[in-house]
Design a protein around this ligand. Structure first.
Ligand SMILES: CC(C)(COP(=O)(O)OP(=O)(O)OC[C@H]1O[C@@H](n2cnc3c(N)ncnc32)[C@H](O)[C@@H]1OP(=O)(O)O)[C@@H](O)C(=O)NCCC(=O)NCCS
Length: 231
């Protein structure tokens, strides 16, 4: 190990944790890594409801329980994700800010991405923000980060067959069907539909799909994820 240089300036936040510098923005919508203050806001939002109570869109039913239980599960889950930011395995959930207010999360997940160039996405919005087009726009922002920023070749997603919001976003963007899984949801069998969007589909739909997107901090993130030429 090399001795620290006496006169070297202190490491910046982004040198230590590049993800903190990432911004993906289009108009009034922005994706950025949540700090603890933002996580608390997301926890309060989730405690007010993420979906109607008679429906469960998630395999792990983290939205059941008292408001405080739901809020704490947002905190512990998000803290746990922070250690999955390595080239071999990343699970990155960015906060979705609408006019600067946290309205949900948009995640991307991959194992061995440098080899497979394939990542899965997943998301939620506070119930009060559903059905206003935000879900489609935030998916397009993460797809922009994956395809344009990180060099993805494939983006995958899945939803239970009875999830109209998630399926609606996937249909509008033009993913292809990619199989089904039979899973257990709260003790009952449910079909999960899998979808894929390849780079060729993304490129072909360039004009229809692409929002006017600004990205910041992506080169440093590529380095953190082992994707830059030097790493
Ligand atoms: C999935 C989710 C993020 C979608 O976000 P959203 O902002 O509500 O979606 P959008 O407004 O962009 O809608 C996309 C399409 O789906 C349709 N849609 C959305 N919600 C719908 C609903 N409840 N019923 C029927 N159609 C719906 C919209 O009409 C739209 O299609 P259109 O433009 O042709 O009308 C949001 O519904 C959500 O957070 N759900 C709970 C968590 C969840 O299901 N996460 C995904 C787990 S796989």
């Amino acid at each position: 190990m090399t001795a620290p240089e006496q006169d070297a300036p202190p490491l910046t936040d982004v040198e230590i944790w590049p993800l903190l510098g990432v911004r993906v923005r289009s108009g009034d919508l922005e994706l950025r890594a949540p700090d603890d203050r933002t996580l608390l806001d997301l926890a309060r939002l989730a405690a007010r409801g993420v979906h109607p109570p008679d429906y469960m869109p998630f395999l792990v039913p983290w939205t059941r329980g008292t408001p405080v239980q739901v809020a704490r599960s947002v905190m512990t889950y998000q803290w746990g994700l922070r250690q999955r930011t390595t080239p071999a395995d990343w699970a990155i959930e960015l906060a979705v800010l609408h006019d600067g207010v946290p309205v949900g999360t948009q995640g991307m997940y991959a194992k061995d991405f440098a080899v497979t160039r394939s990542a899965e996405t997943g998301s939620w919005l506070g119930l009060e923000h559903h059905h206003k087009g935000i879900g489609t726009r935030m998916r397009l922002l993460i797809l922009h980060l994956l395809f344009e920023g990180l060099g993805a070749e494939h983006a995958t997603t899945s939803a239970f067959v009875d999830n109209p919001g998630s399926s609606g976003v996937t249909r509008k963007i033009g993913y292809r069907p990619n199989g089904v899984l039979h899973q257990a949801r709260e003790g009952g069998a449910v079909e999960s539909r899998l979808y894929v969007l390849d780079r060729a589909d993304w490129d072909a739909r360039r004009d229809d799909l692409r929002l006017d997107v600004e990205m910041e901090g992506v080169e440093a993130l590529r380095d953190q994820l082992g994707l830059s030429a030097a790493s």
